[in-house]
Design a binder for this molecule. Structure first.
Ligand SMILES: [Zn+2]
Length: 272
């Protein structure tokens, strides 16, 4: 491989609303933005749901072009007519129903494979994030792993090594998911493959925002945990001989709406 080969590492923090990012709660991200660049007009696709947005990230195309219109959606003329994307089985079942045409746009996994360069995705998300980001990557010899659902890791030699090295239980780990995903990349992906592109996707801070809300202390704690991963990722990059050819991107897929209170719909209708 040429010495001038470039590498891109994308770290995705699910559900991170940009207006919540401050120097005090995400110091590493703020420092990276200061030393690098911050895309103020970066926006997600519509509808702004995780697995539609991840498919858009992997294909560089909107739902109208790539065919994945969100976490679940209807496709006219198929039976059943609803497509789910929560598990890998959902993806493959829908692809079978749609005659291999679930994802209609070429993905980064496919493009890099054609160029003879490796691509890797390591997630700590629900099982459907991996096929969204690395659709059919296993068939192309690309790398995929989910620290919470390690049964769907590939190739097997890498997945077995990651299990042993990171002491990930057969049933997966949910504690420190984002940092564990980074460690898998750092120890078991990069030294072996030096992928042209890698995506590390964290389920946080989305889960904690759903569970506890935007003003919660739990959200702040998860933001700091993800920020620690950004700090480790940057330190890792700076320690590599190839550091000048490694570009880091920190991205998210959507935010969360601000809720000022709740309404009992039945009571409100009765009163009206
Ligand atoms: Zn999301």
């Amino acid at each position: 491989m040429a010495n001038d080969a470039r590498h891109v590492v994308v770290l995705g923090i699910d559900g991170l609303r940009p207006d919540l990012v401050t120097e005090s709660n995400m110091p590493h991200l703020a420092a990276l933005a200061k030393d690098g660049t911050w895309n103020r007009r970066h926006t997600t696709v519509f509808p702004s749901e995780t697995r539609g947005a991840l498919t858009a990230l992997a294909t560089g195309a909107t739902a109208q072009v790539n065919g994945v219109a969100g976490n679940q959606f209807y496709v006219r003329g198929t039976s059943p007519d609803q497509v789910f994307t929560e598990t890998t089985h959902d993806w493959w079942a829908a692809d079978e129903r749609l005659a291999g045409n679930l994802v209609k746009a070429p993905s980064i996994s496919e493009v890099l494979h054609q160029a003879g360069r490796p691509f890797a995705v390591v997630t700590s998300s629900g099982p459907g994030a991996l096929p969204a980001l690395n659709w059919k990557g296993q068939q192309r010899g690309q790398t995929g792993f989910n620290v919470r659902h390690p049964q769907i890791g590939y190739p097997h030699s890498f997945a077995a090594r990651a299990h042993r090295s990171l002491k990930i239980p057969a049933g997966g780990t949910s504690a420190d998911g984002p940092m564990t995903a980074f460690r898998v990349f750092e120890r078991e992906v990069w030294p072996y493959d030096k992928p042209a592109a890698s995506i590390l996707w964290c389920t946080e801070v989305d889960s904690v925002s759903h569970l506890h809300g935007l003003q919660s202390s739990q959200l702040l704690a998860e933001m700091r945990a993800c920020d620690d991963v950004i700090g480790e990722l940057r330190a890792w990059r700076d320690a590599q001989p190839e550091r000048d050819s490694i570009t880091l991107f920190i991205v998210s897929d959507h935010g969360h709406v601000t809720i000022g209170g709740t309404v009992n719909v039945a009571d409100a209708l009765c009163q009206a």
